[in-house]
Ligand binder design. Structure first.
Ligand SMILES: [Zn+2]
Length: 304
């Protein structure tokens, strides 16, 4: 056992205040002293992870009950927030998870078997996963050059994946072929909604500024805010609660004008994403000190 009590966890998550600047929710951490100033109180992040994965929101068994569209029981779980946990922010280099949406969809594990038949939308002779992978690789290259530790992930995240942020990259589809623009969303049931909002706000602004594409905030779908890779209550292969996350629909692959942009200017698409991610990553303070002993001070999460 980790030695972290529920009382400790509440203290971990309860200490922060927030400021509103530039119309954005600004992440504020209760304790921003760097870890190296109190080495005895660092290095407990793995213990915290173990506590979350066993006590707070245990890793599911890999056999989720059928997800029946229209079933109130199933969908109610998507509205139920996770217990609060600290934002994942261990010391050391910042780690970033970039998911190329639908990539290797056919290799999905049993619990995600519906994904095995979902290569995403298509347009201009390409499957969505191909477009997502191309953009994701460009994002990964830029972030790596900037010194971040980057994981390029396929459609199946590692079990309880943890990083300083997770972004799933997609392109949109629409049968009328008329819809255009981009969307950003995060889990409606998140344990860290303020951190997610800060990440989403940064993406909304920077991606729009770099690409000039139309912002479509009213079209953020339930499939985005209920995205399987965010759903660590139901799936083993999902990000851990506490990981700031977002999903971006970069543009409509089914619209000729949007598609042309995706195909001809993938570096601009990637730059828009990278600028948003950097803005969020730069806003994360030094890793807060953390201790599992009662009575110690703790790092904090984002609060509104
Ligand atoms: Zn998709």
């Amino acid at each position: 056992m980790s030695g972290l009590s529920r009382r400790d966890l509440l203290r971990l998550t309860g200490g922060a205040a927030a400021l509103g600047l530039s119309g954005l929710v600004q992440p504020v951490w209760a304790d921003t002293a760097p870890c190296h100033e109190r080495p005895n109180h660092c290095g407990e992040w793995e213990a915290l992870a173990a506590y979350i994965d066993t006590e707070v929101l245990p890793i599911p068994d890999g056999n989720p009950p059928p997800f029946v569209p229209g079933s109130p029981e199933t969908f109610a779980t998507l509205r139920q927030p996770y217990p609060p946990v600290p934002v994942w922010n261990p010391p050391g280099p910042k780690r970033v998870g970039i998911q190329a949406g639908h990539w290797r969809y056919y290799d999905s594990p049993e619990e995600l078997k519906n994904n095995r038949f979902n290569p995403g939308t298509s347009g201009g002779g390409k499957a969505e996963w191909e477009v997502n992978l191309d953009i994701s690789q460009r994002v990964v290259d830029r972030l790596s050059e900037l010194g971040y530790v980057v994981d390029l992930l396929d459609g199946t995240p590692p079990i309880r994946y943890r990083a300083h942020l997770f972004l799933s990259i997609h392109a949109d589809g629409d049968v009328t072929q008329q819809l255009r623009g981009y969307k950003v969303g995060s889990a409606r049931f998140s344990a860290t909604p303020e951190a997610d909002k800060a990440l989403c706000d940064a993406l909304w602004e920077e991606y729009g500024a770099v690409t000039g594409l139309q912002k479509q905030p009213n079209q953020v779908s339930n499939r985005m805010t209920g995205y399987y890779a965010f759903n660590s209550r139901r799936y083993q292969h999902a990000i851990a609660p506490g990981v700031p996350h977002a999903i971006i629909e970069t543009a409509f692959l089914t619209n000729p004008i949007d598609r042309e942009f995706l195909f001809r200017q993938p570096d601009r698409v990637a730059k828009g994403i990278v600028d948003g991610l950097r803005r969020f990553l730069d806003s994360i303070p030094p890793s807060p000190r953390i201790s599992l002993a009662s009575g110690a001070t703790f790092g904090a999460t984002y609060t509104p």
